[in-house]
Design a binder for this molecule. Structure first.
Ligand code: TRP
Length: 440
């Protein structure tokens, strides 16, 4: 149970509550969600199981894990890519997490529920020259603290209480959202697919989102799996984590879209600010006659969002720190400090790209968008292909079977299907979508 919840803690984060609705908004709603589900089942779960196999078999950090299994061959660069991208993601993850921290403080001070113009409130915050940077640093400090103390008992115990609580809060918020005047349009947007809007870009986005949300292909789960026990059931864990993660993502959509359609002037494709503008609106409108409830709810929600972000940030941080630590032999504290400080330097650039540096574009993207694009739409798909080919072709099949069945003590009837998927189907599907997008 603890294992599932810790892995679920890594998976459930801003990717579900913030990034998923943003992507759904950009990519046209229900059709995107269907393609997303397809991606989770067909690609996400097989890749996750493969990562578990590598991590638990070697009991080592990602880079060492691949190096151990691949010896001197090129495959070992998969581990390097994983750790590098975990670092890249962490650098922009702390920026959004910092916003969450700000909104928590704001709602604690009682300001949020009475505020009216959430749009300009949000804009003036993110474009402020140093305030968001300060909050991002604050968030990084929290992450740093947990990682440098060592995580296992802390995170596990944390996740066991937090994850169920998060689900309860989400359920109540869905109820609130359904009572809003725009609920009907919101539901139609989420449930009625319009396949005319589907392009390869939409499919690639759905794939990138599945990778991001499930925390796969980047070494996080491989690092966590290295701490798994011998009796942990890999396939079942992957299944449970995927279910929990997908459920939270879809429920977040059910909170946000009815609200979006209730607020005049907010567009569904409002981008990264969607959650920070529309959610306060939900609190404001649903609880306008009971301000105390509005207060309690906004505080609870941002607190839980912050904690969800924290467990994910910890897993990203941990997978880089575990490498630095094992490779250099320095103390955990020093290793974590090096990671935090260097990552924060990139984080500052990301944060400024919403304000003073917003005119600075690379390939037409701001620094923030560039990082997200590189990580989730370029390196993650490529690295997903490599992981599958590695486990499917390079590793000994009996060893893979042993890992998944815990040395023959479990039955895994889908083993040949799984092998077939990771040998042919998953790499082919990813490659097709990816190449199509590059050429198109
Ligand atoms: N999955 C997390 C989220 O949804 C973010 C995350 C944690 C992540 N570890 C990762 C994303 C590793 C990619 C790779 O917020």
């Amino acid at each position: 149970m603890g294992v599932v919840l810790a892995a679920a803690g890594s998976a459930v984060g801003l990717g579900n509550v913030w990034r998923f609705p943003t992507e759904v908004g950009y990519n046209g709603g229900a059709a995107f969600i269907l393609i997303y589900l397809f991606n989770v089942i067909l690609i996400g779960m097989p890749v996750m199981i493969s990562e578990f196999v590598v991590g638990r078999h070697t009991h080592a950090n990602t880079i060492t894990a691949y190096a151990k299994l691949a010896l001197r061959s090129w495959w070992r660069f998969e581990g390097v890519a994983g750790v590098f991208v975990a670092f890249l993601i962490l650098s922009y993850y702390v920026v959004i997490s910092g916003w969450t921290l700000f909104y928590l403080v704001d709602s604690l001070s009682g300001f949020l529920p009475v505020e009216q113009d959430f749009q300009s409130e949000f804009n003036s915050f993110v474009s402020h020259p140093w305030l968001p940077v300060a909050y991002a640093c604050g968030f990084m400090a929290m992450t740093h603290w947990v990682v440098s103390c060592g995580v296992q008992s802390g995170i596990e115990r944390f996740s066991k209480v937090l994850m169920p609580l998060l689900l309860i809060i989400i359920a109540v918020l869905v109820g609130c959202s359904f009572s809003l005047p725009g609920a009907h349009d919101g539901l139609r947007f989420l449930l009625k697919p319009d396949f005319t809007k589907v392009t390869t870009r939409v499919v690639l986005s759905a794939m990138g989102q599945a990778f991001f949300s499930l925390s796969i292909a980047m070494g996080c789960l491989c690092t966590y799996a290295s701490y798994f026990k011998d009796e942990t059931r890999l396939a079942r864990t992957a299944f449970n984590v995927s279910i929990i993660d997908t459920m939270v993502a879809i429920l977040s959509g059910f909170i946000i879209f009815p609200a979006v359609f209730s607020v005049p002037g907010v567009e569904v494709d409002a981008g990264p600010g969607l959650v920070f503008i529309t959610l306060p609106n939900v609190f404001h409108m649903t609880f306008s006659s009971y301000p105390v409830m509005g207060y309690i709810f906004s505080v609870l929600f941002y607190m839980l969002l912050l904690l969800a972000a924290l467990t994910s940030a910890i897993s990203l941080h941990e997978s880089v720190t575990a490498y630095v630590l094992e490779a250099t032999g320095m103390s955990r504290r020093t290793a974590a400090a090096i990671v935090s400080v260097s990552c924060m330097l990139l984080g500052v650039a990301c944060s400024l790209s919403f304000g003073p540096w917003s005119d600075f574009k690379v390939f037409g993207m701001s620094i923030f968008d560039l990082f997200d694009f590189t990580a989730s739409k370029v390196i993650m798909p490529l690295s997903g292909i490599v992981i599958c080919l590695f486990v499917g072709w390079k590793l000994d099949r009996n060893m893979v079977r042993d890992e998944i069945t815990n040395h023959g003590t479990l039955r895994f009837r889908l083993f040949s299907t799984y092998i077939f998927l990771i040998r042919y189907v998953v790499p082919a599907v990813i490659a097709l979508v990816f190449v199509n997008e590059l050429l198109g």
